[in-house]
Design a protein around this ligand. Structure first.
Ligand code: ACO
Length: 429
């Protein structure tokens, strides 16, 4: 039996279909609302607006549940690899051994950058943020791979997907090498995905870099944890840009820019800067929290709070545990981890944070691991982008397969001036 909801406005009423998802989430279909009643919905920040039906990722923010294609994040984090999870997100199923081998070999075939792409880097200032460089180079790929821009040709979408997943670590490492004035390194395909990235980041033409299995495993875990998060700001951006039928490279480049902001992926950099500041200036954690609570102060406790999770972010729990393990295995101490744990402990007992259901999110502890494994702070968000890439592409592909897809084009309630007469410039006061 189909469910409906009824809206009454003045003498008009509208019966609307209610769509039920596989986890019993409900969405009321308001498509006929304006035509039948003259009303539109007004929902700044899309707090309560579903933009699509999606089968990629499920989140229950009240219970702290996250699943990719039905598999819990806890299980994937423990048992899977990033390329396996990428296959899962992109194809909908965990790969067989043969499928994973094929996917891995295809990715390895495309890790090199076109030599002319590398010339782009020389044009950027040395102190350019690597996220700006990554988005620019990613967008530029559409000029180099004009043979695979047709969004309606599955073979072209497939090769663009493999190229993006293969080249992202190379592009990311090049942006870092450029910033420190070192030559770019070629990928070494004998390495696995994350070890290859670490090699390109930290080896030089004169010095090798021995990739520690602890470091590469920690990085792989972080990539898995960031791989998708349903309709977040950057994924919605990728979908919105893609809905205009822009090619995959252009859509992903837009996603990188959306991720960069400190309220989204940029929070991982902001958290470490906050912890560094508390440490270097010897600030009192409790006093810092008072500033975060003060309405007249714009300071926020970075890495805390989430639009969807009103309970623990399950990724934060996994990362916090991994943090202790990685530091232990690397025999490192981290004062920043102590400060973060103290802030968390105090915040979780404070009525301000408790009443607003503000818990640590994925970014609160991730930077401590990145720092421990030697990743420079301005590369943190780039690593987030590397992790989120398969999720962005999975959503882009899902959107194009969905017959309900239309160009994304929200409406507005206009509040500006009503019609006025044009005054010639000489008569304006
Ligand atoms: N520190 C202090 N107060 C906070 C914080 C915080 N980190 N987060 C939310 N609040 C307060 C707000 O001031 C607001 O208080 P009010 O009701 O008295 O006005 C209330 O909690 C609700 O916050 P909103 O900003 O309305 O919640 P929203 O869902 O729009 O924002 C967001 C979510 C952006 C994540 C927010 O919690 C935040 O800014 N957190 C810090 C930045 C961060 O860690 N971002 C990463 C998010 S995870 C990700 O994108 C990967």
């Amino acid at each position: 039996m189909s469910e409906t909801a009824k809206l009454v406005y003045g003498d008009k009423s509208l019966e609307m279909k209610v769509t039920r998802g596989s986890e019993d989430e409900l969405g009321v279909e308001i498509g006929a609302l304006r035509a039948k009643t003259g009303l539109i919905t007004l929902d700044p920040g899309f707090m309560n607006t579903g933009s699509c039906q999606s089968a990629v990722t499920f989140i229950d923010g009240d219970k702290g549940i996250l699943r990719y294609r039905g598999y819990s994040i806890e299980e994937l984090a423990e048992k899977s690899s990033f390329l396996e999870v990428s296959h899962l997100l992109l194809e909908g199923e965990l790969p067989t051994k043969a499928q994973l081998d094929t996917f891995t070999s295809r990715v390895k075939l495309h890790t090199m950058l076109h030599e002319d792409v590398k010339r782009f880097y020389k044009g950027f200032p040395k102190d350019a943020h690597p996220m700006a460089v990554l988005s620019a180079v990613c967008g530029a790929l559409s000029t180099f791979y004009q043979d695979s821009l047709d969004i309606d040709d599955p073979a072209q979408v497939d090769i663009s997907t493999v190229r993006l997943i293969a080249k992202f670590p190379t592009m990311a490492a090049c942006s870092y090498k450029h910033s420190i004035g070192q030559p770019f390194l070629y990928p070494v395909n004998a390495h696995d995905y994350t070890s290859n990235f670490l090699h390109m980041m930290f080896a030089t033409p004169c010095e090798g870099y021995e990739v520690s299995p602890v470091v590469s495993k920690a990085l792989d875990l972080l990539l898995i944890l960031h791989a998708d998060h349903e309709q977040n700001c950057s994924t919605s951006t990728v979908r919105l840009v893609g809905s205009s039928q822009a090619n995959l490279f252009a859509s992903i480049s837009a996603g990188v820019n959306a991720l960069w902001g400190p309220l989204h992926g940029g929070a991982n950099q902001a958290v470490i800067e906050m912890l560094d500041q508390i440490e270097s200036e010897g600030l009192d954690g409790r006093k810092y929290l008072e500033r975060c609570k003060d309405r007249n102060d714009t300071t926020r406790l970075m890495g805390f709070g989430h639009r969807v999770y009103k309970n623990f972010d399950p990724r934060a729990k996994i990362i916090k545990k991994a943090c202790g393990e990685v530091l232990g295995q690397l025999k490192k101490q981290s004062r920043l981890l102590d400060i973060a744990a103290e802030l968390e402990e105090v915040a979780l007992k404070d009525d301000y944070f408790v009443s607003r259901k503000l818990y640590p999110n994925v970014d609160f502890y991730s930077g401590i691991i990145y720092k421990a494994i030697g990743i420079p702070v301005n590369m943190f968000t780039v690593l987030f982008a590397m992790g989120r890439l398969p999720g962005w592409i999975a959503h882009w592909k899902e959107m194009h397969k969905d017959p309900a897809t239309k160009i994304g084009r929200p409406r507005q309630v206009y509040t500006g001036a009503t019609e006025r007469k044009y005054t010639p410039i000489a008569e304006r006061k």
